[in-house]
Design a protein around this ligand. Structure first.
Ligand SMILES: C[S@@+](CC[C@H](N)C(=O)[O-])C[C@H]1O[C@@H](n2cnc3c(N)ncnc32)[C@H](O)[C@@H]1O
Length: 219
């Protein structure tokens, strides 16, 4: 693989040594169960065959997806081998079959028109503006016509307090990559890259900022 691409990803909590605390922090500070349950139930396609979870991390979302759609072939892809080991252990403990792949959102190792659903949670804010666009274009390419892209990520804060709290996330994850999220630009980027029916389905205030659930269709 191209070494320039090999290096380009930001670990879940920016530093590898913090990865082991990721699940604890997300469960306790981001009310993860609440919005991830809504997320998996909001897929428009209720019987998808082939689902890709991009930036799957520790696979909490991939596991919920597989439990909600047991008939589907679920694949999680992530650039970080270390976090994929944690994901593999959790999948084994849950006795599920989910394929895990090391790879990058802006260079997905799949043919065109392959997935019914692509999901991505808390991953886009790890990417530069250019890589956000490249990733959205890649997701568009691998989705089947009529397929859907479901996203959960930091969105526009609902209040000044939520905006202030989000500085903690920006400090950790970087100001450059999170700026577009705070400005609420993800829906615009989806439209610019040919997605239609772009919607913010819900916004969840958390202790560290607002998490928006977006949905977009490849018409
Ligand atoms: C904050 S974690 C989110 C993990 C999980 N989706 C969740 O909701 O808990 C972001 C993940 O995206 C991965 N990541 C960042 N940039 C990536 C890229 N360009 N391609 C694939 N994975 C990436 C990181 O390694 C990390 O595991």
């Amino acid at each position: 693989m191209d070494s320039r691409i090999e290096e380009k990803y930001i670990p879940a909590l920016r530093f590898n040594f913090l990865t082991r605390y990721y699940d604890f922090l997300v469960a306790n500070f981001l009310q993860e169960r609440k919005w991830k349950s809504f997320f998996v139930q909001s897929f428009m396609n209720k019987s998808p065959h082939n689902i890709l979870d991009v930036g799957c991390g520790t696979a909490t979302l991939s596991i919920l997806i597989k439990q909600q759609y047991p008939q589907a072939l679920v694949t999680g892809i992530d650039g970080d081998e270390h976090i994929l080991n944690i994901a593999a252990r959790k999948i084994r403990e849950n006795n599920l079959k989910i394929e895990l792949v090391k790879g990058y959102s802006y260079k997905l190792p799949y043919p065109d028109n392959h997935f019914d659903v692509v999901s991505s949670s808390l991953m886009l804010h790890h990417l530069s503006q250019e890589d956000k666009h490249r990733t959205i274009q890649e997701v568009f390419r691998v989705l089947k016509p009529g397929g859907e892209f479901n996203i959960a990520d930091w969105g526009k804060p609902d209040s000044r307090i939520v905006r202030l709290l989000f500085y903690i996330v920006q400090f950790l994850d970087g100001f450059k990559t999170t700026r577009d999220n705070v400005k609420g630009l993800i829906p615009e980027y989806l439209k610019e890259n040919r997605f239609s029916h772009v919607n913010e389905l819900k916004r969840y205030p958390t202790l560290l900022g607002s998490i928006s659930i977006y949905q977009a269709i490849k018409s």
